[in-house]
Every structure is written in structure tokens, then in C-alpha cells.
Design a protein around this ligand. Sequence first.
Ligand code: AMP
Ligand code: ZN
Length: 490
Amino acid sequence: MAKTIRLFNNLVRSKENFIPQKAGEVLFYSCGPTTYDFLHVGNARALVVGDLFHRAFKALGYKVNFVRNFTDVDDKIIERANELGVDSLAHSSRFIDECLTDMNSLGMIPATHTPKVSETMNEIIEMIGSLIQKDKAYVEEGEVFFHVPGFSDYGKLSKKKLEELQHGKRVQVDQKKKNSSDFVLWKPAKEGEPSWDSPWGKGRPGWHIECSAMAKKFLGKTIDLHHGGVDLMFPHHENEIAQSECANECEFSKHWCHNEFLNFGHEKMSKSLGNVVTIRSFVESFGGEVLRHVLSSVHYRSKMDWSQEVIEKAIGEIERIHLFVETFTKTKQGDHPANQSHLEEVVSFLKRMEDELSDDFNVPGALSIFFSMIRMINREYFGVLKDGEDIILSSDLRQSIFKVVDFVKQSTGLVHENTSEVLQKIKMAKKTLSGVEALSEEEIEALIEERKNARVDKDWAKSDMIRDRLKDKGVILRDNPDGTVSWTFK
Ligand code: AMP
Ligand code: ZN
């Protein structure tokens, strides 16, 4: 049976039990990226948070129908394509592919549906038609507007009052609007822009309507959870609610969750401020595992700062996890019974991790419990052996540890499939971060071989000298219980 989850619902600004309409099944929508350029690590935060929710639901026993859209028809895309002299849909299609490459390097699991605006035009037009028919929207010279005063619940998510919004808009920007808060559902076609036929003439949709139409198409009229970055709460999500609730005449989403910003020097990382690090350039230097770990190490409702320290900390944690997994994989199963208190402790670690995840998706909380288990097992079992000695664990203890590792792998994506490859990447990430002129891998391996020979000859002085020389160059050696030597950058 699915575990009960407590979620901070922004509709009520407090934590409450997450009760899906159908027990054990979640209808989940997350606003995806606008694809006009390479995404930055701030965008990656929204993507990774959506993925963490998706994974946590599954790991806690829910079946999930998860929709994440691509905005492939938009002012920014058209503007960029026109600057480059290329077709706007071809341009957005190229950046959807680039985005998929980034998502893959971030270890994201696929959403159930990933609709594009250009492929949802019939549903969008149908929904706008129904809003006009219900007198919630009106047409002016080929342009369609949603009439905000016609929806009495407007502002229920952002807690903004319609009167205040109108008060703030002294300048009437668009003479065609009946009310300054009304927003566009359909824009008439302009030269050099993509357009589609509609009952109101050739044109293209406004931004907000796509999510209402896509959620209805793939999930139905009422969904269980809607997610996006905190900047989307107003006006985007408020407008989605207005459109969907007027068109469908029922509640749009039971729960609303928003991830906080990733900041750079106390400002939101954003293209318009020019303070961006792209996902692609970061991944090329440090690997997607490091970016995923950085973004998972802070609770989704807390602001986070992009800094050398958070990157360093993530690298250290990934290394600790995978050194543990590497040693665990080498352990052997023995017949002798487990130390009962250790076994109980490991079983309780799993339960505590599930509790953390089901408490408003507290991934950092679950991770800290995972580290408690790693510390305990390292201390009791992995750190007490002499060279070449096997580590024997009883089958029930081994099973229980495996369950914990597998839970972290499935629910957070922070344990990676290929341990030695990740450890290798981490070495390189450390090297990049330290920026020191380090020894090449061949030079390091040659010195390790030389030290090994010195040890066979019982030339301890030489062995120590080589170890110190490597240390001076930032290379730390680890003599493993099975007699092999691993190394890493400091
Ligand atoms: P955009 O392409 O700017 O509409 O952003 C796509 C998604 O990324 C939205 O969910 C935004 O809320 C999110 N986003 C953009 N910048 C940041 C940031 N600095 N921190 C967290 N999320 C962000
Ligand atoms: Zn949306």
C-alpha cells in the first residue's frame, strides 16, 4: 500500500495530507522549459525537483501519471529564430533535443507524457472556444482575452487581490482589453511567426493556455498535484487555474508545490540577468551526477546559492556513497547470524528514510540518514580488516543494507549504476575544481606500481616517500582490504 505523504500545499500555505483522487495513483503535472537556448543550472533545479517528486512517489508505492511539457511556441523562441534566420519550430525542436540530452545526463527518469504546444493545438483551440462560449473570454480583432473579473476565485493561489492588481496597472497597455488584468489566450498571426488556423483567424496561443489544455488532455479535468518554479505562481499558475476551472467547471489541482530559486550572488540565476552557468558546460567539467547531487542537497522549498562550497560538498558526498557501495559489492555472504542490534538499526534506517521522503519530500533529510547508515557499517564492518581479508556479512544484514542502497537509488537517483565509472568521474571533477596542475593518470598509476614493488621488497621508507610525494600533488591513496590500491584527488 502507498505510504501517506505530507505535502506543503501552496493553495493553503501549509502542510497537509496528500490524498489523491484515486488511492495509490497520482495525476501530476509540472511546467517544463521553453526551448530557445541551452538551459541553465537554475532551470535544472526545477527539472530535478520534478524528477525527485516523480521518483519519491514511485518509491513510496504510488503509480504516477506524470506530464512535463515543452513550450515550443513562444515569443522568445520566435525572436531568437528570427535573429538567426531559421524556422522557429525547427529551432525549438533542436533545443528540445539538447534539453533531452541534459535531462539524460542529470539521471532523470522519463515522464509519462512530454507534450509540445505545436502538437496540442486542437485541444488548445477547443478550450478557448469553450471559454468564449461560457462568456469567460472575448474576441477583439482576432485576439482572444480571458476576462479575469468573471472568475471570482482569481488570486486564490498567489493570494493577490484583483483590486490590488488593477490598482497597480495605471497604464492601460492594451486598449482592446476590457480589464487591465485580462490576459491573452490567442494572438493573431504576424509576419514571420508560426501560425495555426482557428475560428478567430490564423494565430497562435498565449502562454498560459497550453498547460491547462495539456493537463486536461493527458490527466483529466482535476489533477492531484501541480508543480513549477516559484516564479510561475503568478501570473502563470493563477491563470492556469482561471482557465481550467472556468472551462471544466471543477477544481483544477488539489495541490500546488513550487521549488525555490537557485541564486547566484544573491540574485535569481536567469538569462535576463546574464548570470548563468549552462547545464551543458557544468556537466562537461564536473559530470551530471555532481549537478544532480548539488540540486538534491537542499530542500525544494529553500533558496539555494550556487557556490564552490556546494559543489565541493556534493563531490565529497558522491565519493563517500560510491566508495561505500564499492566495498559493499565486494562483501561476501556468510552463514553466521547478524549482530541483531546492527540489523535492527539498518531496518530502522530504511523506515526513517521513508518517513523523511514522505514528509514534504525531504530528500536532504533522507540523505543524512543514509550517511548515518554508511558511517555505522563503515565503522563496524569495513574499517576493521587487514590486507586481503574478506568482509563477511550475514545474508539478512546484507539484504537489509542492499534494500537501503536500492531505496536511495530509486527514490533519489543519487546512487549510480556504474560505481567505478562514477568514482573515476569524481576524481576528474576534483581535479577540475582544485585547478592545480596535477599529475596525469599514467604518472599516478606508475608511482602506485613503484610503491607496490617497494612494499613487496619491504622498502617501507621508499613506499612512504612515494605516498608523500603523491600527497603533495593532491593525490590520496587508499589501501583496500583486498590488497588493491585506490586513489583520489584531495
Ligand atoms: P523559463 O524557461 O525561464 O520559463 O524557466 C523554466 C523553469 O525553470 C520554470 O519552472 C522556472 O521556474 C525555472 N527556473 C528558472 N530560473 C530558475 C532559478 N534560478 N532557480 C530555480 N528555478 C528556475
Ligand atoms: Zn504551466
